[in-house]
Design a protein around this ligand. Sequence first.
Ligand SMILES: *Cc1c(COP(=O)(O)O)cnc(C)c1O
Length: 413
Amino acid sequence: MIPDPSHAYETQAVQTGVPRGLGQTVGIPIHAAAGFQFETLEQAQSEFQQNTGLSYARLQNPTVRALEERLTTLEGGAATVALASGQAATLTAILSVCRAGDHVVSSSSLFGGTAGLLNNILPLMGISATLVPNTPEAVRGAMQDNTRLVWAEIIGNPAGDIPDLRGLADVAHAGGALLAVDSTWAGVGFLSRPLEHGADIVTHSLTKWAGGHGSVMGGSVTVGTAHDLSRNPIYTEGGEQSILNVRGEQALAWRQRWFGAHQLGMTLAPHSAFLLAQGLETLALRLTRQSETALSLAQWLGTHPRVGKVGYPGLPGSPWHAQAQQYLRGGFGAVLTFEVEDPATFLSRLQILRIVPNLGDSRTLVVHPWTTTHGRLPEPTRLAAGVTARTIRMSVGLEAVQDLQADIEQALG
Ligand SMILES: *Cc1c(COP(=O)(O)O)cnc(C)c1O
């Protein structure tokens, strides 16, 4: 079905990409195929020259394509490439605008895997990064002549910090760079649409709220229409044959598909695409409910005598509350942090909450970031990211709030 931009999120989430007609599946069908047929040599030859349709499933698959259409619609973008993981999406987004000699400025309040790519993997390819606090001023101070990309998370991990997206976009664009936003914690286009606030690229770990049940991995890169590539030599060099000349408005999306899927082979499996598309159908309901539960738990924990600092952008006392009100809608997200005296004892006593290093599940998951997700980062970096030895990160699920509260209460002792 053709997406209708006038429809509400909830309508688009269940209707986009679903075929209509006699005998059609209700829902997105799984195309379990590695290759697709041609009827003539000419068709095959033209497909190999243009790579626009279906030939080989590393490049494209109708199930993955239907998911991509749904993601593009929900994020309010122009094009999406869906990939095997969030990590694949991050790498693809960076490599789409950077090559050896180029530079990235990133917020230091960052998902550990992204920090790993920026600090350890991209330098092997000659791409350097500077990690700075999450403000336009700090980012401006770190910009260099060769900076091609500014990277931020809409809700930082795990501190829940909300960047000034418009400010970051202005700084990036003034320096001839693009702004990429990892919007995983905002759900696909639901709590926020960074493209509407000046971002050029939006990435997701679909493993989290898109899948929504802790059962599948995936990632995506969505681009808008407004990005300016005219100051990036990757796109402009080569005269008549430059990528920008040949691909026009599709240049950025084309390069992302070419890198992430065609060349690096980080392709999403059709069965995973099916589960992710199905997950998106209930994302609005889940994230609304999870945000409500997270807010009420954050309020309760904030008054609990055995609990230290509580971090949640929905609390009026949060340093990020004003920016959260500006950039988030429909809730403040499903993740909060709180400090307990003795994390090991607390975690071992839990009966309902589970110790799992994941997010966005239908079940409530907790981790101790200091020793796990952020354990490999130097201590000052961990502290800068809002992680102390007492911090617990909680991704709120769909259980009843009174049961979660009772479990936390008994575990606090
Ligand atoms: C999980 C996560 C990723 C990485 O995604 P994978 O699907 O695990 O590869 C990237 N960014 C954020 C914010 C995440 O939470």
